[in-house]
Ligand binder design. Structure first.
Ligand SMILES: Cc1cc2nc3c(=O)[nH]c(=O)nc-3n(C[C@H](O)[C@H](O)[C@H](O)COP(=O)(O)OP(=O)(O)OC[C@H]3O[C@@H](n4cnc5c(N)ncnc54)[C@H](O)[C@@H]3O)c2cc1C
Length: 398
């Protein structure tokens, strides 16, 4: 069978791209090294605007039925203990898709998206690892992959979408991966027995670390602690000890989880940030983490993966219809990404500057206590439904 598009990876970015292209009548092949449901290290927070894209993909009802926890807002605790709680609400003309974010396990979310891919009749090959990218005369023409029985396959198509996440073989093979100077590691586990945890997500800022509690279910709270990579490196064989000690140093978090019970081993991931250069070859689009990642503090990874899939599918469909998947034609995808993501990226970099500095973080929290409207505006930007530029003119209606 011949395909119009090969999608490498069936996480949120790949599944969403496949759904949107299949809905346009294109023949799609999706390859994933895993079998779904599969786990994924993540804070498991879905911003309000993520829900809009999930609805467009036809999966929001399934997400609701799966028991996702609505989060009305976020509580942020500064290093000195000053705590502020912001809510997701309309800011001028900007309204959240719903008045809440969601907490949902990635094993569940990703399986729902993959079910939708299957329901559309897309050819999905699980346990099939892409091992190489085929390039001919400056153009990606297909991929080489190995199935669970170690059989090697070659698949060809006019367009390959790399959605193979942070370990992207495609980006690596084409020499696009770049180290980032922000060198951090995330330690993720689950706890239960934290009192009154369930209505909002909770962030604890305590430079150089920060931590997040996200209530996936009453007895399953995702607990992520992000630390400098250098501090964790020496402890790679004693992660549990390192985690316990580190939580002990985060005084406000330690008090919050005192008496809680850990229900899963600690998993680590790092370095978290990396850049990916724009491809110069034709026949290729990079979506989701395969296109780069910065930091999980603002929890927009899944949104970026889904929004990137929307942008990629528009450009891909038009390019395939025109019979032109050249690098020049596909360049409009990079420009669309810049238009959509650049302002939020500048905002998240600015936020990192604040949360890395104890006095500045305390001062910011004290300002936000006095200006709850500004806090909700900030949350709207974090939640992806208020454009970051609005922070420069907080009083304007639009
Ligand atoms: C610690 C941490 C916490 C985070 N917390 C949040 C959060 O709370 N909210 C949020 O929105 N985002 C969060 N993120 C980011 C989010 O997890 C990612 O941005 C998101 O998973 C990106 O989706 P993706 O589809 O691009 O990649 P992935 O979800 O990683 O999917 C990639 C898929 O590709 C497959 N694959 C990989 N290599 C190959 C190969 N060679 N061949 C075939 N298949 C392959 C994998 O099996 C996988 O299924 C967090 C990230 C980290 C590290």
């Amino acid at each position: 069978m011949s395909f119009d598009v090969i999608v490498v990876g069936a996480g949120p970015a790949g599944a969403a791209t496949a759904i949107l292209l299949a809905e346009r009548g294109l023949r799609i092949l999706v390859l994933d090294r895993a079998r779904f449901p599969r786990p994924k290290i993540c804070g498991e927070y879905l911003s309000p605007e993520t829900l809009r894209v999930l609805d467009r993909l036809g999966v929001l009802k399934a997400v609701d039925h799966a028991g996702a926890t609505p989060l009305a807002g976020m509580r942020i605790t500064a290093p000195d203990g000053t705590a502020v709680t912001g809510t997701y609400r309309a800011i001028g003309a900007w309204r959240p898709y719903r008045d809440h974010a969601l907490a949902l396990g990635r094993e569940v979310l990703d399986a729902i998206l993959v079910d939708r891919v299957r329901a559309l009749g897309v050819e999905l090959r699980e346990r099939t690892r892409v091992t190489d990218v085929l390039v001919d005369d400056g153009h990606v023409v297909g991929v080489e992959a190995m199935d669970a029985d170690t059989r090697v396959h070659v698949f060809r198509a006019p367009l390959v979408v790399a959605a193979d996440g942070r370990a992207s073989v495609v980006a690596r093979r084409l020499g696009l991966l770049r180290e980032h100077r922000l060198q951090r590691m995330a330690l993720v586990t689950y706890v239960r027995g934290v009192s009154e945890c369930g209505e909002v997500g909770e962030i604890f800022i305590d430079p150089p670390d920060y931590a997040i509690l996200n209530p996936i279910a009453p007895d399953r709270i995702n607990m992520s602690v992000v630390v400098p990579l250098a501090d964790a490196a020496a402890w790679s064989h004693r992660l549990e000890d390192f985690f316990t000690a580190r939580v002990g140093q985060l005084a406000h978090l330690a008090r919050r989880v005192a008496g809680a019970e850990r229900t899963a081993p600690v998993q680590a991931m790092g370095p978290l940030a990396y850049d990916v250069a724009a491809p110069t070859v034709g026949g290729l689009l990079l979506v989701g983490d395969a296109a780069g990642f910065y930091d999980p503090l603002t929890g927009e990874g899944v949104f970026s993966a889904l929004r990137g899939a929307e942008l990629a599918s528009d450009v891909a469909a038009a390019a395939l219809q025109a019979g032109d998947c050249s690098a020049k034609r596909l360049g409009s995808y990079q420009r669309a990404r810049r238009r959509v993501f650049a302002a939020k990226a500048r905002f998240t970099h600015a936020l990192q500057f604040v949360v890395a500095r104890r006095r500045l973080a305390n001062l910011t929290a004290r300002v936000l206590v006095r200006r709850p409207g500004l806090l909700d505006l900030l949350l709207g930007v974090v939640g992806d439904y208020v454009p970051p530029g609005r922070l420069l003119h907080p009083a304007r209606r639009r």
